[in-house]
Design a protein around this ligand. Structure first.
Ligand code: GTP
Ligand code: MG
Length: 522
């Protein structure tokens, strides 16, 4: 397709490949799950059903993405380990991390009813994600030991805390009592004061959960004579183990050795330098315009399966817009957003300190929150259509150093919207008129805008009369000045007359920006 003069902005997107031989680990963890678990009234300190839901989502991740060969989780976090030779999305960190967190979130919201049939999901849960690079099996071993130590420590602490509160202490009194207490003291406290033998508590609470892939012979079909045909298949199963970083545990699983390597010695403690690398922060350059662009994964298939109207499904676009409005309201540093098809770009204010400008945090929470909203709102926009499988999105953050380049970025996306929409409108008209898809492609090959307009005229369509939302895409932003106008698709946030509105304007021309001088200036 034609290139526009704005395409140069692509050069601001940076490479973030995780190079071999580094192993890729994606860790996700709940965003403000303390509040979420209170609102949803999870049992303290461990809600077995909520943990089963986490495990079930992790199994879905492991089955949807065969490169994930081992997973470990507890509480509201999960780590996914990719096989050594993985080429998943060319090992691009941002893609890999956001796809996993988006899919996990989507599964979490989709499966909620199955696990909590009598509890309404009160608001969209979301997760952070970060990609951890482990330079060797030994570093991976340390990473796993670090996470499982964390599980042990937190669980012992929380078990004591809630037992003390149950016995009548206030939270701060209980915290005071536990401060600086050793593991032995905590075990002792539980045993003597609460009649609890810590070692007898559910192993899922104490040890966390692993997801392993085991090879099983599964029946895939039946022969004509009725005899079953079996094939070797990988099945995910949940295992609880006291020490997942131990040689004895790791080396007995042939597929872990094959895909990740074996552990050569047992380790007692985690190198502090390794922990520093696991916690590395990927900060974006200060005082630049950060754009977070999310894009639906395999939405070609998703739109087919859900029978979206071609080339534009008004309800599907309205759903995307409604999610973008929710994102703007949730993350107040976002000042403008522009969406078309299955993508949305979110612009942060220039001096934003959102998550201290850590790229993976910023991108993952926005992708995750958007995904959560998409699944939760699905029924509002498609009351007659069942969501057949969890949709998911990828995301990236890009810094643009000046206002002009940011504007060029937005123009690039709107030109793309125009080019794609005109092409797709012609394509589907040709198909409707009886042409095969390959014939329609041939007719359109090498045509310019004018040719396409003429072609549409032959079908009785004047391109400029098509709905403006399809031609211009959608811009969602905070409207600060004129609150008296009635806007289509507007939603109020209930404070000070400020609201997020959705318009379908030309954002390439300066007119729009002149009319809304405060959007990008704060
Ligand atoms: P990846 O993003 O690489 O995973 O591929 P993708 O399949 O999502 O394709 P891409 O993002 O390049 O393009 C979005 C695709 O979503 C379009 O090509 C359409 O197939 C589909 N799509 C988006 N919006 C609509 C819509 O309103 N109606 C229909 N029918 N399809 C849509
Ligand atoms: Mg897509």
């Amino acid at each position: 397709m034609a290139n526009s003069k704005y395409e140069y902005v692509k050069s601001y997107e940076v490479e973030d490949e995780v190079f071999l031989p580094n192993l890729i680990v994606v860790r996700i963890d709940g965003r403000d799950f303390q509040r979420f678990s209170e609102v949803q009234e999870f049992e303290k300190p461990n809600d077995e059903v909520a943990l089963n839901l986490m495990n079930s989502c992790a199994i879905s991740v492991s089955e949807a993405f065969p490169d994930v060969v081992f997973s470990y989780g507890f509480s509201d976090e999960y780590s996914f380990v990719f096989k050594r030779t993985s080429k998943f999305y060319q090992r691009r960190a941002s893609k890999v991390g956001t796809i996993i967190v988006s899919f996990f979130t989507s599964a979490y919201v989709t499966k909620w009813r199955e696990f909590f049939p009598h509890k309404e999901l009160m608001y969209p849960p979301s997760f952070h994600a970060r990609v951890i690079r482990c330079a060797s099996e030994e570093v991976l071993q340390s990473y796993l030991l670090w996470r499982q130590n964390n599980c042990h420590t937190n669980n012992l602490h929380n078990t004591c805390l809630w037992e003390l509160i149950k016995s009548g202490m206030t939270e701060s009194e209980a915290l005071d009592l536990l401060k600086d207490s050793s593991k032995e003291e905590k075990n002792d406290l539980l045993y003597r004061k609460c009649d609890i033998n810590y070692q007898k508590l559910h192993s899922m609470f104490r040890q966390g959960s692993c997801i392993l892939k085991v090879e099983v012979f599964a029946v895939v079909k039946h022969n004509e004579n009725g005899s079953p045909v079996k094939r070797l298949r990988r099945k995910s199963s949940i295992v609880h183990s006291k020490n997942i970083a131990e040689r004895r545990f790791w080396n007995k699983h042939a597929h872990l050795q094959k895909e990740l390597g074996c552990f050569t010695k047992d380790i007692g403690k985690v190198e502090p330098d390794y922990i520093r690398s696991f916690q590395h922060e990927d900060k974006l350059i200060p005082s630049t315009w950060v754009v977070i662009r999310i894009d639906g994964c395999h939405f070609h298939r998703f739109s087919e399966v859900h029978e979206f109207v071609k080339p534009n499904d008004e309800q599907a676009i309205n759903l995307m817009n409604s999610c973008a409005v929710a994102v703007l309201k949730e993350f107040q540093d976002l000042v403008f957003s522009y969406g078309v098809s299955d993508e949305y770009s979110f612009v942060l204010k220039k001096d934003s300190q959102f998550y201290q400008r850590q790229a993976s945090e910023m991108v993952s929470v926005i992708v995750s929150f958007f995904t959560s909203m998409y699944v939760m709102k699905w029924k509002d926009f498609f009351p007659q259509k069942e969501l057949k499988y969890p949709p998911y999105f990828d995301g990236r953050a890009v810094c643009y150093p000046s206002y002009e380049i940011l504007r060029d970025y937005l123009s690039w996306r709107q030109v793309d919207c125009h080019i794609n929409n005109q092409y797709n409108t012609c394509f589907w008209e040709l198909v409707k008129s009886g042409k095969r898809k390959s014939e329609a492609q041939l007719v359109l090959k090498g045509t310019q805008t004018g040719d396409k307009e003429k072609l549409l005229n032959q079908f009785g369509i004047e391109y400029n009369k098509l709905p403006v939302m399809f031609r211009h895409g959608s811009s969602a932003f905070w409207d600060k000045e004129d609150t008296t106008r009635i806007h289509e698709n507007e939603e109020c946030n209930g404070n000070s007359g400020k609201r997020v509105i959705v318009e379908h304007c030309n954002i390439i021309e300066p007119t729009f920006w002149d009319a809304h001088p405060t959007i990008l200036s704060g």
